[in-house]
Design a protein around this ligand. Structure first.
Ligand SMILES: Cc1cc2nc3c(=O)[nH]c(=O)nc-3n(C[C@H](O)[C@H](O)[C@H](O)COP(=O)(O)OP(=O)(O)OC[C@H]3O[C@@H](n4cnc5c(N)ncnc54)[C@H](O)[C@@H]3O)c2cc1C
Length: 454
């Protein structure tokens, strides 16, 4: 089919009606608007929103009040991390490049900076981010709080790039946190789920500004899996999007280049081809879908794009969805993915959304999905936001557990403190530190209570 490519097949999720955050000034906005996350399924009715214009304002608010609070980024998490009936703390006004070190190639940003605003700001000072997730609408604080990651065996999650941060504790005190000044707090606060206080700024390790070339193509899943380790070692970034009810995956390899920029936006023809393909798949019952999807996959042409690194690493996703993602130790990755795909086929799950399979390097934070001594394979499943994701996700989640999976904090999962303690060697250390920093539990909501207490 002419014009069908990996890019338009996956093109999707837009900036959207965002996350329903009003932009009030500092202070109590009584009768505040309801809040919604990006996918729309998580709603809250906060007592008010506080949007401090400075760190001092935030400290004063926290020191002079006692009620429950939750920091919010851009609301792109699928789990109820943010809802509160107390105050939402919106840090959008604490955003932008604050300073940079040309020698160390580090830069300090306000914690509310969108990832998508960091690339251009860094390019202006000759720097580039080491890696980015699939989209760049998240805030720096929100993304790191859930250990958001991109792909690439040579790269940790974004939290691993943080070299220091400023944390305002629940009672309004400021702490400078780094490996030298506060090692335990540094390991905890880089992936904090917003449970330790409010982060106001972060310094991140970057590199010199650079350009990337992305190549994508369709290939049988088994062939990709057989050479996945080799490809992951060969390319700076390598990942695949297995198509459900088919033998094929869309594959993406990204490498550094100094070629001229050539990254045309998808044409209308491409978008129309995508729509047609998706509608066609959905009309056919899952058990009869394989020949159709295989046939379409064989027609997907290879694509190439060259651009500034930050423009290649992240995408725009227009179609709203919910997602579950677990990471399993690398050695279990292929087995786990095969069982997930087999289960979708055998149980005839009517899902058209491709899966995502990527490698993430180990890191030294306490609560990232790849924390510890092993590299991990991250596997994601999706459902459009109009559909009830529970039957599908409930069926697949135990498969992730079987292979030693850890959940992405920002994506749907059903685990609580008991299971999480077994999955993370430092979970109890985090709980203890949290108790010390927030003895009144003002940063906890129902979801965080389940994670850290119940
Ligand atoms: C379309 C889409 C694509 C995605 N792609 C990826 C991907 O490729 N890789 C990946 O790993 N994840 C991905 N995610 C998940 C997303 O990156 C995470 O859920 C991320 O946490 C969202 O950031 P946010 O700014 O929206 O934060 P929110 O969702 O608003 O908040 C997340 C957490 O951060 C805390 N927080 C926010 N600000 C602060 C602060 N100043 N101080 C302390 N805590 C704070 C909140 O309390 C909450 O616990 C994707 C999500 C969507 C919707």
């Amino acid at each position: 089919m002419a014009g069908l490519t990996r890019r338009n097949l996956l093109a999707g999720c837009a900036l959207s009606a965002l996350y329903g955050i009003a932009r009030p000034g500092y202070g109590d906005t009584a009768g505040s608007l309801p809040w919604r996350n990006w996918s729309g399924g998580i709603v809250a009715n906060p007592k008010g929103r506080v949007a401090p214009a400075s760190e001092a304002e935030l400290m004063e608010f926290l020191a002079s009040t006692t009620g429950p609070v939750r920091p919010v980024g851009s609301g792109h998490s699928f789990t109820p991390l943010v809802p509160t009936d107390g105050h939402l703390i919106v840090i959008d006004r604490l955003a932008g490049l604050q300073n940079h070190d040309p020698g160390a190639l580090t830069a300090t940003f306000g914690a509310g900076t969108r990832l998508g605003d960091m690339g251009p700001a860094l390019a202006n000072v000759g720097q580039g981010m080491l890696n980015l997730p699939d989209i760049d609408r998240q805030t720096l604080a929100g993304a790191t709080a859930t250990a958001t990651h991109g792909t690439g065996i040579g790269f940790t999650c974004l939290s691993g790039f943080v070299t220091s941060l400023r944390l305002i504790t629940p009672n309004g005190e400021a702490i400078d946190v780094s490996a030298e000044k506060n090692p335990d707090l540094f390991n905890a606060a880089r992936v904090s789920l917003g449970a330790l206080g409010v982060v106001t700024s972060m310094t991140v390790q970057n590199r010199n500004n650079y350009r990337l070339k992305a190549k994508s193509w369709a290939q049988p899943i088994e062939e990709v899996l057989e050479s996945f380790d080799e490809q992951a070692a060969k390319h700076r970034h390598f990942e695949m999007f297995p198509l459900t009810h088919s033998d094929y995956a869309l594959t993406l390899a990204i490498d550094e280049t100094d070629e001229e920029i050539n990254n045309p936006p998808p044409s209308e023809e491409e978008a129309a081809a995508f729509d047609l393909a998706m509608k066609g798949w959905a009309l056919v019952a899952p058990r009869f879908r394989k020949p159709l999807v295989n046939g379409l996959a064989k027609m997907i042409g290879p694509t190439e794009a060259v651009d500034e690194s930050y423009k290649i690493l992240s995408n725009i996703r227009n179609n709203r969805f919910n997602e579950m993602e677990y990471s399993v130790p690398l050695e279990n990755g292929a087995k786990c993915l095969r069982e997930v795909l087999r289960t979708i086929t055998e149980k005839e799950i009517d899902v058209v959304f491709p899966l995502e399979y990527r490698y993430v390097s180990r890191d030294d934070t306490w609560l990232s999905m790849s924390a510890g001594e092993e590299d991990h394979a991250a596997i994601s499943i999706h459902r459009t936001s109009e559909e009830d994701y529970r039957p599908y996700f409930d069926l697949i989640e135990p498969i992730f557990w079987k292979y030693g999976g850890r959940p992405h904090w920002g994506k749907v999962h059903s685990l609580g403190a008991k299971e999480l303690t077994r999955l993370y060697p430092h979970f109890k250390d985090f709980q203890e530190l949290r108790r010390r920093l927030d003895p009144a539990n003002r940063m906890l909501n129902e979801h965080l209570r389940k994670l850290f207490i119940a």
